[in-house]
Design a protein around this ligand. Structure first.
Ligand code: A3P
Length: 329
């Protein structure tokens, strides 16, 4: 009997998008599964992408030109990218914006200040980032093996942020529900969980994504800095100091003593960002409301949603896939 997930009506959803023949040929040649809401997920270079997102991935792989000195914030979805975007933007631009009472983050959502590489390229080819101030700061969810070639060929720095898979999963489930139209049936926790554990999640398999960057951070520590959401929550000052050193912009003693580090952390705190007017009512140019990126911002919230069986299953996968490489959550 055919697997219903494999026998999706491909032409139907492809017609909804304005896609090239080349793209349609690719889509029908790679594995496809039903995602969440109305999305389909396609497995490209070992990782799962929505139809729209895959268009951006291909375009950015083809056209993006990295430069020496570029900084990339790479993360798995729902691992705290919004937070770290704010932190990294404040960190590398602290000379230009020394006053956190008159800071771009007070009137702009972090996603509006740091371009999201593959999303920027959806439907576009000729993006020009050459006039961006140095160092250019980008964000991406791309797995290591799918980064544009020019990133590997340039002297760039990659900051990788991940989060324990249970909280990441629960955060994603809430996020996808928020994006579900009110009159649609939301995807159940159980169904989403099953897909996540099978690796069929946005930019999943989660564990392969993390492992790629973890190994790279061990082999090339000057190039990849590996961060965990939980460590940033527990010891933000230590982590921010380490991040500043990795990026080559360490805090001077004078800055430390005058409270610059603490001001950045305060500016970017969940409490501060989530209560700003811009993040309560604004929308991204893609249409997503800013507020969907702020929910609870806590470690361990997944325990309020997952059964003991689910916890056991996800912990087992993490142990099998990551512990042997020295990575624990
Ligand atoms: P929860 O859903 O667990 O609350 P991303 O930015 O990668 O989409 O991740 C979203 C997660 O980061 C959400 O987690 C969100 O609440 C949390 N988050 C957003 N801003 C934060 C901040 N300033 N500090 C800590 N967590 C934050």
């Amino acid at each position: 009997m055919p697997n219903p997930e494999q026998s999706l009506s491909l032409p139907g959803y492809l017609q909804e998008n304005e896609t090239s023949q080349e793209f349609r040929d690719l889509i029908v040649s790679i594995p496809t599964e039903k995602g969440w809401i109305a999305n389909h997920l396609h497995q490209y270079q070992g990782f799962w992408h929505t139809t729209r997102q895959l268009q951006g991935v291909l375009a950015c792989q083809k056209h993006f030109q990295a430069q020496d000195g570029d900084i990339f914030l790479v993360s798995t979805p729902k691992s705290g990218s919004t937070w770290l975007k704010a932190v990294m933007f404040s960190l590398v631009n602290r000379v230009s914006f020394p006053d956190t009472k008159q800071h771009p983050l007070l009137t702009n959502n972090p996603h509006a200040l740091v371009p999201f590489l593959e999303m920027e390229y959806i439907g576009k080819e000729n993006l020009d980032f050459t006039n961006y101030t140095f160092p250019r700061l980008f964000s991406t969810h791309l797995p290591l093996s799918s980064l544009p070639r020019s990133v590997e060929d340039s002297d760039c720095k990659l900051v990788y942020l991940c989060r324990n898979p249970k909280d990441t999963f629960v955060s994603f489930w809430h996020f996808s529900n928020k994006l579900t139209p009110i009159d649609w049936v939301a995807t159940s926790l159980e169904e989403t969980f099953d897909k996540f554990c099978r690796g069929v999640s946005l930019y999943g398999p989660f564990w392969d994504h993390v492992l790629g960057y973890w190994k790279e951070s061990l082999e090339r520590p000057q190039r990849v800095f590996f961060m965990k959401y939980e460590e940033m929550k527990n010891e933000p000052r230590i982590q921010l100091r380490r991040l500043s050193e990795f990026l080559g912009c360490p805090f001077s003693l004078e800055e430390e003593n005058s409270g610059v580090l603490d001001e950045i952390l305060e500016l970017c705190s969940f409490e501060n960002l989530s209560n700003l007017e811009v993040n309560k009512i604004g929308k991204l140019h893609s249409g997503q409301e800013h507020q969907v990126f702020f929910r609870r911002g806590e470690v361990g919230d997944s325990m309020n949603y997952l059964t003991a069986e689910m916890v056991g299953k996800i912990d087992m996968i993490t142990e099998q896939k990551l512990h042997c490489h020295g990575l624990k959550f």
